[in-house]
Design a protein around this ligand. Structure first.
Ligand SMILES: Cc1ncc(COP(=O)(O)O)c(C=O)c1O
Length: 404
């Protein structure tokens, strides 16, 4: 039996969903009245006659639990079609498969390391070239566009230096009718920023992060502006097979229900943490779009309704040893890959998330040797500040003098 999926696309597309609309866009099960979306753990669906069915035939193509999530995320982003993948990278992979050999991509220089690896080590082999530019200045994008450019890929904010690109300004760059703009919206989430409303064609999420919110699932999401584009990506997904399981779809739906509340608190805690670090004598530089000193603060203010929960910083003692000492000295900020969960995490991108990027390219894009990325969680912010303070005390130059 099909579950009732309310037609959330009928809402005013230029308006952001509020918490009430979001919570009630999660459908009630038509068959049983279950308030939580049922997990349809089925691989196939019985047909009355070949091709005559209740809307589902084989779960790689479609599954009711996954479909519920896809409609919810499409509504949140104000798009036409949502598509749920087995990981954020699987979602990126599907977008790149829209291109063909000889096409070119312009991508933000401070790109997530896994996307860089996918572009460089997989798609380059198939003749798709990537030109990395600093997209915080739309002029750089304009100057890099060639007739072969078929995709502009930006993250905003970026991982991990929190660079902000002006989505609207890039979408308006002339002469790119057949060139798609895709925004990785993982750091902001649709609660803070909706790229399609600023002119993007595709929005992508590592739902592993804020959408899931509890560090318990790997998932990726795509939302397209048009149904036509959505159909193309759905075709690619069905052909390649990187779908999200019913259980993981359910976990992401459950995470989404508290997303507005969580993003509010993540943003509040992160702002306090960023201010603390900004004033700390052992910190050389803080990256947080909510700080007025952030280079792209004004754009962030214009295109998002908050600044999120990620704060990065560089130590005065800018070297790997000091960074690793810091990252292994925190109590509440657990040293781990990933971000966006309720528990605070810290990471050292140079040796973790960004280790697949060559050193010179990494440094040139702002990811210094001692850069630490914090995912500020939902703990009491006073406890988080104390934790950072004691870990910074341990990396003071005098305290590291014995380390070779
Ligand atoms: C900004 C960004 N995009 C994409 C990804 C890839 O997502 P996943 O790990 O879910 O494959 C990540 C993962 O860290 C990310 O931070």
């Amino acid at each position: 039996m099909r579950i009732l999926v309310s037609d959330i696309h009928k809402k005013d597309k230029n308006k952001k969903m509020n918490a009430t609309q979001l919570i009630h866009s999660v459908p009630v099960d038509e068959l049983t009245g279950a308030i939580s979306v049922p997990i349809y753990q089925a691989s196939t669906f019985v047909q009355e006659a070949p091709g005559i069915n209740k809307g589902y035939d084989y779960a790689r193509t479609n599954n009711p639990t996954r479909e519920a999530l896809e409609k919810i995320i499409a509504g949140m982003e104000g798009g036409a079609t949502g598509i749920a993948f087995g990981s954020g990278l699987a979602a990126i992979d599907a977008v790149i498969k829209l291109l063909k050999s000889g096409d070119e991509i312009i991508a933000v220089d401070d790109i997530y390391g896994g996307a860089y690896r996918l572009f460089t080590h997989i798609f380059a082999k198939f003749g798709i070239a990537v030109n990395y530019v600093d997209t915080t200045n739309p002029e750089n994008v304009f100057n890099a566009i060639t007739l072969k450019t078929k995709l502009i890929w930006i993250e905003t904010p970026t991982n991990p230096t929190l660079k902000i690109s002006d989505i609207e300004a890039i979408a308006r760059i002339p002469g790119q009718d057949d060139c798609l703009l895709c925004v990785d919206n993982t750091f902001a989430s649709p609660v803070l920023q909706q790229p399609l409303l600023h002119g993007a064609d595709i929005v992508m999420h590592s739902a592993t992060k804020y959408l899931g919110g509890h560090s318990d699932s790997i998932a990726g999401l795509i939302v397209t502006k048009t149904e036509e584009l959505g159909d193309k990506i759905k075709f690619i997904q069905n052909a390649s097979g990187a779908i999200l399981s019913p259980f993981d779809s359910w976990l992401i739906i459950r995470g989404i229900e508290t997303l507005p509340l969580r993003m509010k608190q993540h943003s509040l805690n992160a702002r306090i943490v960023a201010q603390f670090l900004d004033e700390h004598p052992d910190v050389a530089k803080v990256f947080y779009p909510g700080l007025p000193s952030h280079t792209n603060h004004e754009i962030a203010k214009k295109q998002s309704s908050g600044y999120g929960g990620i704060v990065s910083f560089i130590l005065k003692d800018d070297n790997e040893t000091a960074a690793i000492k810091f990252a292994t000295s925190t109590k509440y900020f657990k040293l781990a890959e990933s971000l966006g969960g309720v528990k605070s995490l810290c990471a050292h991108p140079a040796t973790m998330t960004h280790k697949s990027i060559p050193e010179e390219i990494r440094r040139a894009s702002g990811v210094a040797d001692s850069l630490i990325r914090l995912s500020v969680g939902l703990e009491e912010v006073e406890d988080l500040i104390k934790d950072l303070d004691q870990a910074l005390e341990k990396v003071k130059f005098k305290n590291l003098a014995h380390v070779s």
